[in-house]
Structure formats: structure tokens, C-alpha cells
Design a protein around this ligand. Structure first.
Ligand code: HSE
Length: 295
């Protein structure tokens, strides 16, 4: 018996919500999974990242399948798997490609063992594997998610915003590993920067819940990670300004980057202009970027 699982790409942080806020967007990876009693995995991949994703024991889908089977005490029953991936989420660009792989592996394996684990338990496993919850939570629950980790215990609140948003994503033609983008972060941050983010993160969530767009004007600004990562993404702040000038509510680094994401109101119909402005701003810094218009 084999199963298909579809998992969305995600954008983490959403400006002020470092390691806690995330959203699911309309770009997807599909996984076909079959568990086998015979040991070993057979992995084939089409689309984004094919050729760069390992097809052996280092494969994240396969590792996540094994993780779940071990938790269920079934690692000796199913020693292998046949895995096929159809990928659309760009690899190592800040749209949660590793989270889609983790969640697809966990969800697929769970479905094949009769959904032994709840969604909440899958979120805990996925967070333990990835190390932070803000991509895996929206990949599992959809919508916007706010996640906290308390002494290892993850909790997640999910919401569908009360306004229609368009997400314009500029995808640079170079990858950036999350590991590298986390290494440039400081261990401690100034109190005023923490205050900056607490207020904005709270206001972002409240405005999305209430549908009160006028409070979204400045909430996407961040002081905890973007300033340190700017040197890894040439032109980042110019691209943010260009997006805003073209009519976006605001823009932020998508996850650890290098993608930049602009948040637009659907009814304003500005996404084409915003995409073009972002692309041109990146080009002025010598960066070639593709534009994805998502929801
Ligand atoms: N919150 C994480 C980070 C997301 O910014 O490092 C990584 O995808």
C-alpha cells in the first residue's frame, strides 16, 4: 500500500516573530510513500532540488519516516521504504523545504500505520527533528501559526487571517543554509530590540485576527535577526523599501533567507508591481531573483 501526502511550503518569522511565527503558502511538495519489510530505501525525486537532495540514508524524508516508526515501535516491522518526491518548494531558499520533507515523512508514515499519532504529537516530533517549530507548525496546521517551546514542549496556535493577503516572494538564485544564517546571530540582544519585536509580534497577530489592516503598516520590522543576516543577502533592505513603495504592507526575510517576502492586500492588486520592484531592487545589487506570487 502506498500513500500520497501533500505538504505546503512555509515562511517563518514573518518579520518580528523569530522562531515562533510562521505561515503556510500555496507552493507544495508531494510525497509518495510505501513502507517495506525489506531493508533499505529507494528514493526518486522530480522538480526543485532534484540532483541536490541526497537519495540515501541522509535523506530527510527517510530519516523522518524512520523516526516515526521507531516512536511507534515498528522499526523492526518496516525496515525500508519506497519514496518518490514531486517538489515545487525551492531548496535552501527560506521557504521551509526541510520542514516539508520532515512533515511529509512523518505524516505519510503515520497514515500508513493508521494514524497512531495525533497532529499534536507529529508537531512535537517535527519540532524535535528540526530544532525550531516555526516552519513545521504551519506545514502541519496551515494558515498562520504562533508556536512556543516550553522546556521542550511545543504548543501551537493557528489562525486564518481576517483579510485576504497576497504573498510576493523574491527567490534569489543562490542558496543559503539555515545553519550558516543562524551562525551570524548574536547570543544576546539589547533590551530595546526585544521590546521592538514583542510589540510588533503582538500587534501583527492581533491585526490578523481582527482584520485590522491599518495596524499592519510597521509590524513586519524586526530587530532580532534581520540586521545580522543583512550581510548575507545583498540589497535586502533596499528590496524591502522597494516592495513597500510599490504598495506592499511590508516585507521581511523569509525564514533564514535568502528569499524575501512582501505582504500585500489582495484587494489592492499590487502584487505584479511589487514583484517587479523587488526584482529590480535585487538586480541593482547584482542578484538575479525569480518572483513567486503566492497566497
Ligand atoms: N526561524 C528560523 C530562522 C527559520 O530564522 O533561523 C529557519 O527556516
Amino acid at each position: 500500500r502506498s500513500i500520497w501526502v501533500r505538504v505546503p511550503g512555509t515562511s517563518a518569522n514573518c518579520g518580528p516573530g523569530f522562531d515562533s511565527i510562521g505561515l503556510a503558502c500555496t507552493v507544495y511538495n508531494d510525497l509518495q510513500l510505501q513502507l517495506t519489510e525489506a531493508p533499505g530505501c529507494r528514493i526518486t525525486i522530480n522538480g526543485a532540488g532534484a540532483g541536490n537532495i541526497p537519495c540515501d540514508d541522509r535523506n530527510i524524508v527517510w530519516q523522518s519516516v524512520q523516526y516515526l516508526l521507531k516512536k511507534a515501535g515498528l522499526a523492526d516491522t518496516y525496515k525500508g521504504a519506497i519514496i518518490h518526491m514531486e517538489n515545487n518548494v525551492p531548496l535552501s531558499r527560506g521557504l521551509g523545504s526541510s520542514a516539508t520533507a520532515i512533515v511529509a515523512g512523518l505524516k505519510g508514515a503515520n497514515a500508513l500505520i493508521n494514524n497512531r499519532f495525533t497532529r499534536r504529537e507529529l508537531l512535537q516530533f517535527a519540532t524535535d527533528i528540526e530544532g525550531h517549530p516555526d516552519n513545521v507548525a504551519p506545514a502541519i496546521y496551515g494558515g498562520f501559526t504562533i508556536s512556543t517551546v516550553t522546556r521542550g514542549d511545543v504548543e501551537c496556535f493557528t489562525l486564518i487571517p481576517k483579510m485576504r493577503l497576497k504573498l510576493v516572494v523574491a527567490v534569489p538564485d543562490f542558496p543559503l543554509s539555515t545553519k550558516k544564517a543562524r551562525e551570524v546571530l548574536p547570543k544576546e540582544v539589547p533590551m530595546k530590540d526585544a521590546i521592538n519585536n514583542i510589540g510588533r509580534a503582538g500587534m501583527l497577530v492581533a491585526a490578523l485576527c481582527k482584520g485590522n489592516e491599518k495596524f499592519l503598516r510597521n509590524v513586519f520590522e524586526d530587530a532580532l535577526h534581520q540586521p545580522y543576516r543583512a550581510k548575507l543577502i545583498p540589497g535586502m533592505y533596499d528590496v524591502f523599501s522597494a516592495a513597500k513603495k510599490a504598495g506592499a504592507l511590508g516585507a521581511s526575510l523569509s525564514g533564514a533567507g535568502p528569499c524575501l517576502i512582501a505582504y500585500c492586500l489582495q484587494r489592492r492588486h499590487v502584487e505584479d508591481a511589487v514583484g517587479q520592484a523587488m526584482q529590480e531592487a535585487f538586480a541593482r545589487h547584482g542578484v538575479k531573483a525569480n518572483i513567486l506570487s503566492l497566497e
